[in-house]
Design a protein around this ligand. Structure first.
Ligand SMILES: [Zn+2]
Ligand SMILES: [Zn+2]
Length: 671
């Protein structure tokens, strides 16, 4: 008998328990379930969807404990062994159960209990005609550096990681597209995965890809798709119909059976790191996936992360450089520092910045003022008794939002009306301290009554589609002065923008976070890069109290190379990443002491040679929404040693069954 029944299915379920569970299954007609298929099973008095990771003839589970699987999704081709290995690697590396990694990445409609949505999507997909004509349309001529880079990526064989290091406006996207064209032409079924950091950057790129490859199916995967769309796009990728998949970090776990090239745009961007639940780095997983499949991967940036730069310097990654802007005669903007000690700002603006804006107004050009702080003022205070608007639930301040007449905590969303008088002493004269984008907008409107001022930040773009509309009005030239947070720093290509003013970047210079200067530099280069992309001469004015700071010197000279090399040297001397590997154990409790106590026990429960366990400390922002938070940093110069330690340690922590809520993050970005 070659098909003994029943058989036993080993099924991974999305639970925090580190386990795969056995179920009994009675095969109908000779169809054996396959590894990689989804199965509906009873679990903890519910019915849930699980992933079959093994099919066995026998089980150790006693018969009376064994339950029957309810259904197997056999209409869907199984997830491949390679995909399961990817999920397995991510689970192992980030120290999470397999089910917690593998299942949440699948579309919700696949995981719900009825098969209607799946059948409908499969039918819809079957009807979609695939022309599979990889011939590109209207490919522009590349400059020699771009062409060399496109050929190097498109012609690479095997696992070939490349850093595409190109100044802002150097035409990296065009390099990706032409490399894609080469791969699509060469690989008859080949698929390409393109990752981008932010969803508000995708419409532009999506349009470009569609226009360039009219005969190729494109699927997009990101969090603002409807569940129906997500299911359809996921299936198109899973069935190999979509030749190009464009997505945000979650797309790294898409099923792509014929994946031949991975592109990661703006690889330094922190949004590739998931900050909750499974705290993975999509960029790092992408490199592993490329290695697993032995395919090329390209990481693009004007300001690569130090990790990637380190690999490029050491020769592990190939470095492809674009030193010039792609548009003819477009040169990098001139960066100037304005010493705020000499040119004292009024309403946050120095006289030099005001004069530069006025000049743009007269010429009919656009200006962008960058300030990474939304709201009107970060805090209000009483000058007579010293009261300040602290959040009652967090270690932070209530931010003044004057147009909305509210105080808001940006961490726990607590909201209240602006008090009419000081809650402590009754003084009616409460003053805003500092300034956010709303206050800058107000100041500009007063200074330039004839100007069309537009603010773009998380507050002004709450409504769906409003961000797109705001950006479109800048593109149409309906805006003279744009004020914005980091939302405006990335990706956009404003043709008439010739002035960027950076208002108050100094605070990051003195941050305790050793990554702050790397981030600040990247952010300044990004936002500076918005200017002069169409060829008009342009400037970037940085208002600072520390014009002598070496970071600003590097910004003035657009000199990422030296800046990065100096930072790397510092990191090596101080034994910090990328020369050291870290993991962070976080604990949360109503009382800080409880969290610290848990971490102290954790610190003392296991010792390992080559592993440094630091003392537990409160997090910089200790209290959020009435919960106190503390952390414990574990470090090692050896990644394998750290991994081995974490495995054993986590096992012990789980056994402790503490009531403190805790989580572990491998390769944390924020410490
Ligand atoms: Zn007072
Ligand atoms: Zn709060």
């Amino acid at each position: 008998m070659n098909n003994p029944c029943p058989c036993y299915l080993q099924i991974a379920i999305d639970t925090p328990l580190n386990a795969v569970f056995d179920y009994r299954w009675q095969c109908e007609d000779d169809q054996r379930p396959q590894v990689g298929q989804l199965a509906l099973v009873p679990f903890a008095r519910r019915e849930v969807m699980g992933l079959i990771v093994g099919v066995a003839e026998a089980t150790d589970v006693p018969v009376d404990k064994l339950k029957d699987a309810l259904a197997v999704r056999s209409q869907l081709p199984p997830l491949s062994a390679k995909w399961l290995a990817l999920a397995g690697f991510a689970a192992d590396y980030y120290q999470r159960p397999l089910g917690e990694v593998a299942l949440p990445g699948l579309p919700k409609n696949l995981r719900v209990l009825t098969t209607v949505a799946l059948d409908r999507a499969l039918k819809k997909l079957a009807k979609l005609e695939t022309r599979h004509d990889p011939a590109p349309a209207n490919m522009p001529v590349l400059n020699p550096q771009q062409q060399a880079a496109a050929d190097a990526i498109g012609g690479a064989a095997g696992f070939t990681p490349s850093l595409l290091y190109g100044v802002t406006g150097s035409g990296k996207t065009e390099v990706y597209l032409q490399a894609c064209a080469q791969v699509l032409a060469r690989e008859p079924d080949g698929q390409i995965l393109i990752l981008v950091p932010e969803i508000n950057l995708t419409p532009q790129l999506e349009g470009n890809i569609r226009a360039r490859f009219p005969g190729v199916m494109l699927a997009t995967l990101h969090s603002s798709l409807s569940e129906g769309e997500r299911m359809l796009h996921w299936l198109a990728a899973h069935q190999g119909k979509a030749r190009i998949v464009l997505g945000t970090r979650l797309a790294i776990l898409a099923s792509l059976p014929h994946l031949k090239l991975i592109v990661i745009d703006e690889e330094h961007d922190p949004s590739y790191k998931q900050q909750e639940g499974l705290r993975y780095s999509a960029r790092d997983l992408a490199v592993w996936r490329a290695w697993q499949l032995q395919i090329p991967i390209v990481l693009g940036s004007a300001t690569p992360s130090l990790e990637t730069w380190h690999h490029a310097q050491s020769g592990r990654y190939r470095k492809l450089e674009l030193r010039e802007r792609a548009v003819q005669n477009a040169v990098l903007p001139q960066v100037k520092l304005i010493d705020m000690e000499r040119d004292k700002p009024k309403d946050g603006l120095t006289s030099q910045l005001v004069a530069a804006i006025r000049q743009r107004m007269e010429r009919g050009e656009q200006s962008l003022l960058f300030l990474n702080r939304r709201g009107y003022a970060p805090v209000i205070c009483c000058e007579s008794c010293g009261w300040i608007s602290e959040c009652t639930r967090c270690t932070s301040f209530m931010v003044l939002h004057r147009p909305e007449h509210r105080l808001r905590c940006h961490h726990c969303s607590l909201e209240m009306r602006i008090p009419r008088h000081c809650p402590t002493c009754g003084n009616v004269d409460l003053q805003p301290l500092g300034r956010g984008t709303q206050r800058v907008e107000e100041g500009l409107q007063a200074l330039f009554p004839e100007a069309r001022v537009l603010r773009i930040d998380a507050d002004s773009t709450r409504k769906k589609g409003s961000a797109q509309e705001a950006f479109a009005s800048v593109h149409r030239g309906e805006v003279d002065i744009l004020v914005g947070t980091q939302m405006v720093a990335k990706g956009h290509d404003f043709k008439k923008l010739t002035l960027v003013g950076i208002m108050n970047p100094d605070t990051a210079l003195f941050s305790q976070d050793y990554r702050a200067s790397e981030r600040l530099f990247a952010q300044l280069m990004q936002v500076a890069g918005r200017a002069g992309r169409a060829g008009m001469p342009s400037e970037v004015l940085v208002q600072t109290r520390y014009p002598q700071h070496p970071l600003y010197g590097a910004v003035v000279h657009h000199d990422y190379d030296h800046f990065a090399s100096a930072l790397l040297e510092e990191r090596e001397q101080a034994a910090l990443p990328p020369y050291l590997f870290q993991a962070l154990l976080r604990a949360e409790a109503r009382e800080l002491a409880t969290a610290i106590e848990f971490l102290t026990i954790a610190r003392d429960c296991l010792q390992h040679p080559g592993i440094t366990i630091n003392d537990p400390i409160p997090m910089t922002m200790t209290r959020v929404y009435n919960v106190d938070r503390a952390q414990l940093l574990v470090e090692s110069p050896s990644r394998p040693a750290l991994q081995a330690f974490l495995k054993e340690w986590l096992h012990m922590l789980r056994e402790m069954k503490s009531r403190v809520k805790w989580s572990l993050e491998v390769d944390p970005l924020d410490i």
